[in-house]
Unconditional design. Sequence first.
Lengths: 323, 348, 268
Amino acid sequence: MDDGSPVAPDRPALVGRNAVDRLYRAALTGLALSLPLLLVALLAELVASAWPAITRFGVRFLWTSVWDPVAGVFGAAPMIFGTLASSLLALLFAVPLALGVAIYLTEFSPKWLRQPVAFLVELLAAIPSVVYGLWGIFVLIPFLRGYVVPPLRGVLGWTPFLQGVFYGNSLLAGGVILAIMIVPYIAAVSREVLLAVPSSQREAALGMGATRWEAVWTAVVPYGRAGLIGAVILGLGRALGETMAVTMLIGNRHDIGLSVLQPAYTMAAAVANEFSEATTNLYLSALFEVGLILFVVTVVVNALARLMIWRVARGTAVGSRAL
Amino acid sequence: MTKFSLLALAALAAPAAAQVKLNGAGATFPNIIYQDWMLTYNQSHSDAQLNYQSIGSGGGIRQFSDGTVDFGATDAPMKDSAIAAINGNVLHIPTVLGGDVPTYNLPDVKATLKFTPDVLADIFLGKLTKWTDARITSANPGVKLPDADIVVVHRSDGSGTTFIWTDYLSKVSPEWEQKVGRGPSVNWPVGLGGKGNEGVTATVKQTPGAIGYVELGYAMANQLPAGSVRNKAGKFIAASLESITAAAAGAMKDMGPTTDFRVSITNPDGDAAYPVASFTWFLLHRQYDDAAKAAALVKFVWWAETQGQARAAPLGYAPLPKQLGPWIEVRLKSITAGGKSVWTTAAR
Amino acid sequence: MTTLVGVLSFVAVLALAVILGYLVVKGASSLDWNFFVKNPVPAGQAGGGVANAIVGTVIIVGVAALIGLPIGIGTGLYLAEYGSGRFGWIVRFVADVLNGTPSIVVGIFAWTWLVRPMGHFSALAGSVALAVLMVPMIARTTEEMVRLVPHSLREAALALGYPRWRTSLRIVARTALAGILTSCLVGIARIAGETAPLLFTALGNLNFSSSILQPMQTLSLQVFTYGTGPFDEWHRLAWAAALVLMGLVLLLSLTARWALRSRHGAAR
C-alpha cells in the first residue's frame, strides 16, 4: 500500500520545526481516528440497545417470523427475507444494465459520447431516495400495474413468483426502484475497474485475431473479474441499506412469500416505520437488533466489496466519487 | 442560494425571542385538527409557537415518556403499567371525538356499503376474501359488487386508529380477540401496511379492491366512501358527528371531574350510536419543570378545549360533550410547575 | 453485442430522463411565489408554501457541513500525507465501509446519543447524523484530490527547507484546493437529499423555526410527509418540493463537475 509520499528527511537542524510537524501530524491523526472510533461507537451502541432483545430471543430472532408487539414476541425473518429478496431482485435488473453501460463506455462508445453518458448515468446517484419514492408511488406503480404485470402474468403467470393480487406496493416495485438506484454505483465502479485493466491484455487478444467483442469477453472481463464482482457486491450493499424509497414502495408487510407481486418488508423500512412508535422497551430493543443486523450485514458486504475492488484497482476510492 | 444562506445566517444570529416553543408528537388520527388548531393559534398568539408531528400514538406515548416532547397525543390510552413507569406523571386530556370508518376502493359501487361486525372481523382475519361473498351481498341487497379480491390495508406503524379498530373487533369477535387482540400495533393476519392515516388512505386510493380503516376526517377530506357498520342495537349506522357524539353520551355517566378520562366507547349501547368511535387525548405532565412552558401549554390546551371546539365539526371530528368542559378545567388547574399551579398565569 | 450494450446504456440514460422529466412536468406547474415565501397552512387548505422547509434544509445541511467538512478534510489529508502504514490502511478501509452504512442506522444512532440525552428533538441532532454520513465520503475524495498533486511539487518544497506541515498545508492542500472544494460540494449535495436520518432527529416542524435546538422541517421530510399523504394539495406540494430539492442537488453537483473540469481538464 505504498502511497508514494516522500518521507520528510530528518535533519538535526530542523528539530524545532519537527515539533510543529509532530503537532500537525498528531492533529490529523486525531481527526483520522474519528472514523474507527465512529465504527466502534455505532456497533457498541447498537449492541447495547439491542441487548434485551438479544438475550430474550437469542438466535431464534433470525428465523422466526412472528412480529407481534401486543404479545411482545419478535422475529425478524420476514424483514431479513424481504431485504435479501428485494436486493437480489434489484441486482437481477441492475447488473446487466450497469455492466452493459460500463463495457459500452470503456470499449465501444465513440469518444465524444463517453463523458456525457457516464455523467448522466452517475447523475442517477444524485437523485435523493425520497424523490425516487415519490416517483415510484405516482409513476412506477401505475406503470407496472397497467403495462408490465398483466403481460408478465400472461407469459409466466404459472410460476410461483407471480401469484396473488398485485396491490402495487410490492417486492417488485421495491426491487425495480432499487435497481434504478444502484445502477450508477455498479456502473461507475465497473467502469473504473475496466479502465484499470492494462491495455496489453486487450492488445494481446486482438493480436491473436480476436474481434473487439471477443477481446473484451475473453481478456478484459476475466482480468477485472474480482473488481467487477466487487462492484456488484458494492451495489448489493447499497440496496440492502436503502430506506426511504423502499419504505414508500414495498408494502410494509411482515410476510415471507415467493411472489414478487406481494408486499414485503425490509429491515431498513421496519426501523423507519416503527422506531419512533415502539411503546415497550422490548419492542424498541427488537428494532435496535434489526438495525444491528442490518449494520453488520452491510459492513460485511461493503468490506468484501472493497477488498475485491482493491485487488484490481488498488487503494482507489472507487464509488465515492460518483456524483 | 446566496439569498437563502444570508437568510439562514440572519436567522441563526437572531436571539431567541421570548416566544415559548412547544413540541408535541403522536397520534395521526387527530392530525388534521391539531395542525389546524396549532397553525391558527400560532397566528393569533405571538408568545407561543406550537409544533405537532404525527408519528403515531405509540410514538406519542414513547416520546412523551422519554421526555423528548413537551406533550404527547394518543388515541389509545396509556396502560397502567406505562403510567406507573413514569411515576404517574401524566394526565389524559380528551380533545375531540373521532370515528374509524371502513373505507374502500370500488369505483363502480355508488351506494354506501353496509358491514356487519362479523364480516369486518373476517375480512381483517383473511377469512373473507371476495367482494362477492354471500355475507357481504346479503347485507347489501341491490348493490352490484365486482368479482374482485379484497385487499386489506392496515397501519404499518403503531397507532391509536389501529387501537380503536382492534378494540372494536375484539369486542365483537371472540376469534379476533383470541388470535390478534387489541393494541396500537398488532400482528396482522393479512394485508398491506401504510404509514399513518395518510398512508392507509393513500394506499386505498391507489389500489382497486382495497379496504382499509381510517379516521372519518381523512375519508371526508378525500371523498372516500365510508361504509356504515351495524351497531349493538342492530342498526346500520354511518359515521357522522351526531352518531359519534351519541356513542360518547353513554360514557358520560362513568366520568367526572376527578375520574380518569381513559374510557373506551367502542361498541356502545344506543340506537343511534356509531360503534367504532373514540375519544382522543393530549398527554400532559402533572408536574413540569419549566413554568413558562407549562403555562403556555395549559393556555393553548384550554383554548383548544373552548374556542378550538368550534373548528372540529367542519374537519370531521365530533366536538366533546359540553359536560366535559368543567371537568377538564379542574384537571388543567391541577397542573403545576415548581409546586405552583400554572393556571392563573395561563388562563387570561 | 455492441448494439446490446449500447441499448443498455441508452436505457440507463432514459431512466434518468423519465424521472427528471416527471419531476419537471409535475413540479413546475405547482411552483409559484407562495411556494417559496409562505409557510404551511392547515391540511386541506390551499395556498401554503414550504419556506420553513427551504430554510430548514439550508440550516441543517450548513451545520452538518460545518461539523463534517473539517473532520473529513483532516482525515483525507492524513490519509494522503501519512496514510501509508497499517493505521492508514485501517482508516481507509473503515471509511470505505462506513460509506455504505445505511443512513437509517445513523439516524437511530443520533437519536440515542443526542435526542434522548438532550431531552428533545433538534435540528442539531439531524445535522450531526448528516455529518456522520459525510465524513467518510469527504475523507476519501479529499485524499484522492491531494494525491493528484505532483510529487515533484512536494519534493521541491521539502528540498527548499519547508517543514512538512507547511508543505502539506501551504503547497499541497492549496494546490489541491479546487479538488477539495469539489469533493465538499459533492458531499453536501449527497446529504442535502437525505431523509431517513432526519426522521428521529430533526423530526419536522409545522412552523418556521430557525433555532438549531428545536425540531426543524426540511425539503426531504416535506416530500416524504406530503408524498405519502392523502391530499391532492399535498401531492402537488410534494412534487414541487422534490423539484426544488433536485434543483438544489443538481446545482451543487454541476458546479462541482464544472469546477473539477476547469481545473483538471479531463475529470475521468
